[in-house]
Ligand binder design. Structure first.
Ligand code: ADP
Ligand code: MG
Length: 594
């Protein structure tokens, strides 16, 4: 075949392959146009998962009648100056590709009435064939209607998922963008029951949190930590989840750069790094994070869907995220990691059971103690029948004024410290708490490069697979900073000469094997830092007070004071809470006193 210029419709269909992958991308493009037009009310209606109908109505500026024809023409946009260097884009759109792409693969109708204009007009595009402009009754603003999406590209149509899945994807896309525009009201309706009505909120942190709560769920908002930080002119603000509130996937991570929703590997990886020592490896944090950066320091012209960005200084943005998120999580460490009181009360209460009303009436009471369903029997067997065998009651030892974790009262099951504050009962998992504290101490010592070690009388020889031994030797300098001194001992052998003094008596062979596993992936400076954190984490686990050790009252109180002092001690290295707090009010409710 000879070389030929493709006709406009074919060009647009090809472009559509990238700009409109599925109904949700059409919804995203149309909503972005409405936002660029300054709309404060956006309504989205769908049918058939957006494939048979997708209509977006807004109260924005509208399109003048004499520009309607240009609006549906490729590379025509009102958002860029003719010779723009593309270095400071303030709008969501700028490529002039959405409407022509959609028009090439569907039946498109754009109806608009400019503010102050007495009449509305519409233009239709049917599989690339552009119609004439005709007057049409319309409210102020713009209505863009897309019917029979992909009917002109049967190949693409075949790749669509179920209507239900597409409807869900539209809902997700609207939610995502709505988080960045709290003052705009979004209404989504369709026969798919995927309806949404997000009321307008005030700008500012309160409004944002309210919108996050409406769009992403109240649970996230309740378990979120706010942050706001600036580094070298770049601002990061928004909310991240407490370490104890993770998800099995990363779908609930929302990043925005200058108000544009983006999916960016680097941002996600920075978030991951910020939680690296607080969250189990298979859990993912949630976030709604906004990066505000000079338009000239970020390139949004990376992909037609405009969801990718490139930063001029990726290291700066990464450092800002890691630093600010860690700082925020540290600040919230002495909060109970979850609403333990509520959960515990639920656990004690039989389904549908209403606690008996007080005052206590012996005449009406059953022979046996009050039973709150099956749970209570177990609890009773554990706690009540043999308290003397298992609980150690320390002497009355007051806690310092205002101590968040109060005074230790007892240790039960050789692992749980019961403490009391003015208005709550605190239960501490001593193993988890101690592990965290040792870990933080190790990290501190690592930064100070001064961790005392303890010489072994005889070096301990550990046999390992050769590549494990190799890796350990390669990292021996770093390990020495922790006070773990080892060297090669023949093929596949390692001699451990010194161990970190603060860990006390440990199983050096087991520690070395665990470390070899941890060192098994990655390289580079950043990876090294992560490795060191992991090393500290593995060591902490080895050196922690194992559950099962009885603690003296002074030891218990010392542990509590240490937890109050050390940031991040509210969760263990695996993201589990180290303590729960049961409010006195909840205990009273448990006994029907309130
Ligand atoms: P882009 O958004 O990249 O400019 P589009 O193809 O999405 O390209 O839209 C083309 C033009 O049509 C826009 O630049 C804008 O001027 C106009 N337009 C589209 N949708 C709307 C709308 N809802 N309200 C006002 N103007 C609109
Ligand atoms: Mg657009």
């Amino acid at each position: 075949m000879p070389i030929r210029q493709l006709p406009e419709t074919t060009v647009n269909r090809i472009a559509a392959g990238e700009v409109v992958e599925r109904p949700a991308s059409v919804a995203k493009e149309l909503v972005e146009n409405a936002l660029d037009a300054g709309a404060t009310r956006i309504e989205i209606a769908t049918a058939g998962g957006g494939l048979s109908l997708l209509r977006v109505s807004d109260n924005g500026s509208g399109i003048p009648a004499d520009e309607l024809a240009l609006a549906v023409q490729r590379h025509c946009t009102s958002k860029l100056e003719p010779h723009s260097a593309l270095d400071d884009i303030q709008t969501l759109g700028f490529r002039g590709e959405a409407l022509p792409s959609i028009g090439a693969v569907a039946r498109l109708c754009v109806r608009s009435r400019q503010l102050g204009s007495s009449e509305g007009f519409e233009i239709r595009v049917d599989a690339g064939a552009v119609g004439t402009i005709a007057p049409a009754p319309a409210n102020f603003g713009t209505v863009v209607e897309v019917r029979d999406l992909f009917f002109a590209t049967p190949a693409r149509l075949k790749f669509q998922k179920t209507e239900r899945a597409e409807a869900q994807a539209i809902t997700d896309a609207v939610r995502r963008i709505a988080v960045a525009f709290p003052h705009v009201r979004f209404t989504l309706s369709g026969p798919d029951r995927s309806t949404l009505d997000l009321l307008p909120q005030l700008d500012g942190e309160t409004g944002r949190l309210a919108r996050v709560s409406d769009a992403l769920g109240r649970e996230f908002a309740q378990n979120a930590v706010p942050l706001d930080a600036v580094r070298e002119g770049v601002r990061l603000h928004g909310h991240v989840s407490l370490p104890s509130f993770g998800r099995a996937n990363a779908l609930q991570q929302f990043f925005f750069v200058n108000g544009r929703p983006v999916r960016d590997r680097q941002l996600a990886s920075a978030l991951r790094a910020a939680y690296s020592d607080r969250l189990a490896r298979d859990r993912h944090p949630l976030c709604a994070l906004f990066v505000e950066i000079d338009g000239r320091d970020v390139d949004v012209n990376v992909h037609p869907a405009k969801a990718d960005v490139r930063f001029r200084d990726p290291g700066l943005v990464r450092g800002l995220i890691v630093g600010a998120v860690r700082e925020a999580l540290g600040r919230h460490s002495v909060q109970p990691a979850f609403a333990g009181g509520e959960a515990l009360r639920e656990a004690f209460r039989a389904p549908g059971h209403r606690p008996a009303a007080h005052p206590f009436d012996p005449a009406r009471s059953p022979q046996s103690p009050l039973v709150f369903g099956g749970m209570a029997e177990t609890a009773q067997a554990r706690f009540v029948t043999e308290p003397s065998a298992d609980a150690r009651a320390p002497a009355e030892m007051p806690a310092p004024e205002g101590a968040a974790l109060g005074a230790a009262r007892a240790q039960v099951h050789d692992n749980y410290i019961i403490a009391q504050t003015d208005d709550a009962l605190i239960i501490v998992d001593q193993h988890a708490a101690h592990e965290r504290l040792v870990y933080e101490a190790l990290k501190g010592a690592m930064d100070a490069r001064a961790l005392p070690s303890q010489m072994l009388l005889l070096p301990e020889i550990v046999d390992l697979p050769e590549d494990d031994a190799e890796r350990l030797v390669a990292h021996s300098d770093a390990l020495a900073r922790f006070g773990l001194v080892l060297e090669r001992f023949g093929p596949g052998g390692i001699a451990v000469r010194e161990t970190p003094a603060m860990l006390g008596e440990i199983d050096a062979a087991q520690l070395v094997r665990d470390l070899a596993d941890e060192l098994a992936d990655g390289a580079g400076l950043e990876a090294m830092r992560r490795h060191l954190d992991k090393v500290a984490s593995v060591m902490a686990c080895h050196g922690s007070v194992r559950s099962g050790r009885r603690l003296k009252p002074e030891e218990m109180n010392a542990l509590l004071r240490e937890m109050e002092r050390v940031p991040g001690s509210g969760t263990c290295n695996h993201g589990r809470p180290t303590f729960v707090s049961l409010k006195l009010a909840d205990i009273e409710r448990l006994f029907g006193r309130r």
